[in-house]
Design a protein around this ligand. Sequence first.
Ligand code: NAD
Length: 475
Amino acid sequence: MTDFPTQLFINGELRAAKSTIPQINPATEEPFCSVSAASFEDLQDAVQGAHLTFVSEWRDLTPRKRTDLLFALANLIRKNSESLAQLECRNIGKPISDARDEVELGARVFEYYAGAIGKFFGQTIPVGRGGFDFTLRQPMGVVAAIVPWNFPFPIACWKAAPALAAGNTVVLKPASQSPLTAISLGKLAREAGLPSGALQVLPGQGGQIGDALVQHPLVRKISFTGSTAIGARIMELAARDLKRVSLELGGKSPNIIFADCDLEQAASSSPMSVFANTGQDCCARSRVFVERPVFDRFVELFVASTRKLIVGDPAQDKTQIGTLVSSSQREISEKFIAEAQSRGRRIATGGKRPINKGFFLEPTVLLDVQIDDRVWCEEVFGPVVSIRPFDDESKMLQEVNASPYGLSGSIWTNNLQRALRLARAVESGVLSINSHSSVHLEAPFGGFKQSGLGRDLGMTAMEGYTELKNVYVAV
Ligand code: NAD
């Protein structure tokens, strides 16, 4: 089936490339299409075209016009939502109901930033010398948006929308495992009336074109979501020309359960805080800290809720847990589980492949894990959680903050003082209290420490796609 675009999208047109990347349906292990992989020449054309559109058209468009165009794109995303969701489901094994929610999120992100354009402005500042002083928020130029495979469509939208709204043009590089909805997004942007070159889409192997994209002299900012290792490399390369970077990276988020919380609610909500998207979520709360008096009861409830999760064909409406993105991604999780077992850790549930075909893996709960176990310290990026008891709040907090990461996390308690005390003390960019939500499109999203730099979403992201200029007028 090829009723969806599979080529590069450059200067308003689909373009075939010499080399291609096969796309495998992770639920069937069958290849179902091949996608063009950009060469260095394609990269040059894409960046040059984006630059030309920036200086000749997009930068100076009236706010009203830019608003109209981004609203038109949001409408087109909605009009095509079912086919986009089906495509994502097939490309990465994501449950169709999640894929539908994520396409809707993408449309809402474009609406949010379309509406923000006319409400985003500088300040006038009373300066010591008198006269008149004001600030301007100016677009940067070409933004390279590099996105991962776990949430391909919404992350592409939440980078492209604020960058375009602020007046930049965008070269979007999807991950080689999940390029399909990004190509469709480029095509829809053109259909919505955005100028050719405003949103270029360059599928390709990050290892091959990534460095060249980051170092291209016309690229002014790199907005990256992906692993901490690649994020660090991008920052290093960008530093040579002092390019702007924002990095959303890995995580090892805590889920902290106090004895005074609504335990039933915490235990029924918490499994999806780690197993949603088959655990391939930077915000996955894969370290659970439970206050000792309720430890056994919490584990019992958590395991029972986990066993009720519907694992299976991602194309079915009822499915809650689909596949991992690839065989190698599943092997990473299996290695963590095998290593934990070899050290005598207990598997309370899961650990096996539930279905013969497809990259499925059962949601897995590990007990008796020790604080120096790899599974307790490192990001798994698969459906594996470890649960440990704690006795003392301050010791637990030390352990939470000992992680090099600081992306997300939850605190479950009915004690307001404690909730606020810990909300301040946990070193993390995003936290939720009595909830497992991490992403609100109106609010900043990003990490402390090795989880990243800069913020996506909210008005903070839009600021991050501008340079701040101060102008003084002698009067
Ligand atoms: P990855 O770092 O391997 O790839 C991310 C993107 O970078 C892909 O498009 C890839 O092609 C590209 N890339 C690879 N090498 C590159 C290079 N040398 N130069 C430029 N680009 C290059 O990550 P992944 O496996 O796609 O995603 C999983 C990781 O992403 C996890 O660590 C996860 O925690 C993280 N993640 C973070 C967030 C967040 O918001 N913090 C969200 C989703 C995923």
